[in-house]
Ligand binder design. Structure first.
Ligand code: NDP
Length: 407
C-alpha cells in the first residue's frame, strides 16, 4: 500500500515535491530528526538568528538572555534598554497574584442558568474530584483545579470557568485533559454544551516588573518628560498603543521563542489584556519621580508560559537556552521575559523621544540590506558602515558600494 504524505520520511516528502536538486539539497541540509518527530509533514528546520541580551539585571541578579528574532535592531535595542535601567539597580519584580492560574471553559448555550448554578454548588466536591482524577500527577505536584466560576454572557450563553494551577507547565494540554473529564461530569447539561476548551485569557497569570532611570542617563529631564508624554499618548490612541506593544513583544517574543514557548498564546493573552479597559492601550506605564530625578517605568504582562513540557522539553535548542538562563523556575522565566519587554520598551521610547527611531534602526537594517544585495558575511559590516554615512540609501546604492568594496 502506498504511504500517505504524512507517513513518509522527510526525504521521501522532498522527493514527492517538484523541486530542483539544489532546492531539495538546501532543505535536506537543515533537517533534524528530533524536530521531524514534532510536527506533521516535516521537511526541514527553519532557523532564526539568536543573540543575547548580555546583562539583564533582575532583582539584583544578572542574566544573559537568549533572544531568537529576525528583526535586525531588536537585540541591540534590548541591550541598550537594560544598560539604562542597570544604572539604578536594574529591573525589580512585584508579586501581584498569589499563583499563576490557567483558565479552561465549558461553553453552554440556551441552558437553564439557575439549574447550572445549583449543580455547581451542590456538586463542588465531585467537580474537584473529577479534576483531580483526570490529572493526578499535577495534584501530586501541588497544582490542579483551584476554582470554578460561572459567567453569564449574552444570548443565553454561559461559561463555566475552571481556574487551574499547572505549576511549571504552560498547561494547555493539562487543562484540556481536565476539561474533557468535567464535560462528561456535566452530563445533565450536555445537550447545551458547545465545547470544552482552554482559554488563552491571561488575567489570572500576571507578572509585574518595574525599573527607574536617572534623567542624566537619558540625556536630561526633557527626554524623560517626552517619554512620559508618549506613554500618556498610547493610553488614549490605539494607533500608537499597538505599535508600542509590538515593540514590547519584539523582546518578549524573542525570549518566548528561544525558550520553546508558545508565542501565539503569549501574544494573544497580551493583546487581550491591553484591551481590558474597553479600549486598546499600551501595556507599559511611564512616570516621573521629580524628587529622585528619575524616570519610572512599569510593565504588567500576562505570560502563559512553561519551563517544562511541550516543545520546551522536546527541543534541544530550547533546553540549551534554559541552561544559559541557569534553568529558571517558570515564575523567574516570566519575570525575565517581562524584564526584557520593559527594557525593549524603554529603548524604543528613548529613540522616539531623542534622535528618532530611524537612526538606530537603519544602522541595523543596513546589515539586512547588505545581505539582500549579495554581500558575503565578511562584507556585511564594512558595507553597512559605509551605508550609514550616506544621506539616502537604496538597493542600487548598496550594490554600487559593494562593487567598490570588492575592487
Ligand atoms: P504538556 O502536555 O507537555 O504537559 C506538561 C508536561 O510536563 C506533563 O507531561 C507533565 O508530566 C510534565 N511535568 C513535569 N514536571 C512538571 C511540573 N513541575 N509541573 C507541571 N508539569 C510537569 O504541556 P502543556 O500542558 O503545558 O501544554 C503546552 C503545549 O500545548 C504547548 O506546546 C502549546 O503550544 C500547546 N497548546 C496550546 C494551545 C493554546 O494555547 N490554545 C492549545 C493546545 C495546545 P505529567 O503528565 O506526568 O504530569
Amino acid at each position: 500500500m502506498t504511504k500517505k504524505f504524512y507517513e513518509k520520511t522527510p526525504t521521501e516528502r522532498l522527493n514527492e515535491l517538484s523541486l530542483t536538486a539544489k532546492l531539495r539539497q538546501d532543505f535536506t541540509v537543515d533537517q533534524n530528526l528530533v524536530n521531524a518527530a514534532i510536527v506533521e509533514n516535516y521537511i526541514s528546520d527553519f532557523r532564526e538568528p539568536e543573540g543575547v541580551l548580555r546583562r539583564l539585571q533582575l532583582d539584583g541578579h544578572f542574566y544573559t538572555v537568549p533572544m531568537a528574532i529576525e528583526e535586525p535592531s531588536v537585540i541591540a535595542a534590548a541591550n541598550n534598554g537594560a544598560r539604562m535601567l542597570n544604572f539604578n539597580g536594574g529591573i525589580f519584580t512585584e508579586k501581584i497574584q498569589p499563583a499563576a492560574l490557567t483558565l479552561g471553559q465549558l461553553l453552554f448555550e440556551d441552558v437553564n442558568v439557575a439549574a447550572l448554578h445549583k449543580f455547581i454548588d451542590q456538586f463542588a466536591a465531585e467537580i474537584q474530584r473529577v479534576a483531580d482524577l483526570a490529572k493526578p500527577s499535577i495534584v501530586k505536584r501541588g497544582g490542579g483545579l483551584v476554582k470554578v466560576q460561572l459567567r453569564e454572557l449574552s444570548l443565553k450563553q454561559v461559561s463555566v470557568d475552571f481556574l487551574i494551577d499547572t505549576k511549571e507547565a504552560m498547561g494547555a494540554n493539562i487543562v484540556n485533559t481536565i476539561l474533557a473529564a468535567e464535560k462528561e461530569f456535566f452530563q445533565p447539561f450536555i445537550q447545551h454544551c458547545l465545547g470544552a476548551i482552554l482559554s488563552n485569557d491571561g488575567r489570572n497569570n500576571l507578572t509585574k516588573v518595574f525599573g527607574r532611570v536617572p534623567f542624566a542617563v537619558l540625556g536630561g529631564e526633557a527626554v524623560a518628560n517626552k517619554i512620559v508624554a508618549l506613554s500618556r499618548f498610547s493610553k488614549v490612541d490605539s494607533y500608537r498603543a499597538v505599535t508600542e506593544n509590538k515593540g514590547i513583544f519584539n523582546g518578549v517574543g524573542a525570549v518566548v521563542l528561544a525558550t520553546g514557548n508558545d508565542w501565539r498564546a503569549v501574544e494573544a493573552a497580551g493583546h487581550a489584556y491591553a484591551s481590558q479597559q474597553g479600549t486598546y492601550q499600551s501595556l507599559s506605564h511611564w512616570s516621573i519621580d521629580a524628587n529622585q530625578q528619575q524616570l519610572v517605568g512599569e510593565l504588567v504582562l500576562p505570560l502563559p508560559i512553561g519551563s517544562i513540557g511541550g516543545a520546551i522539553t522536546a527541543l534541544p535548542q530550547a533546553q540549551r537556552n534554559l541552561a544559559l538562563l541557569e534553568k529558571p523556575s517558570v515564575q523567574t522565566l516570566r519575570e525575565i521575559i517581562a524584564g526584557v519587554g520593559l527594557a525593549q520598551n524603554l529603548a524604543a521610547l528613548k529613540a522616539i523621544a531623542g534622535e528618532g527611531i530611524q537612526t538606530g534602526h537603519m544602522r541595523m537594517q543596513y546589515r539586512a540590506l547588505a545581505l539582500q544585495v549579495g554581500a558575503q558575511p565578511h562584507e556585511v559590516l564594512p558595507l553597512a558602515r559605509r551605508l550609514s554615512t550616506q544621506k539616502t540609501v537604496d538597493t542600487q546604492l548598496a550594490s554600487q558600494i559593494l562593487k567598490e568594496i570588492r575592487r
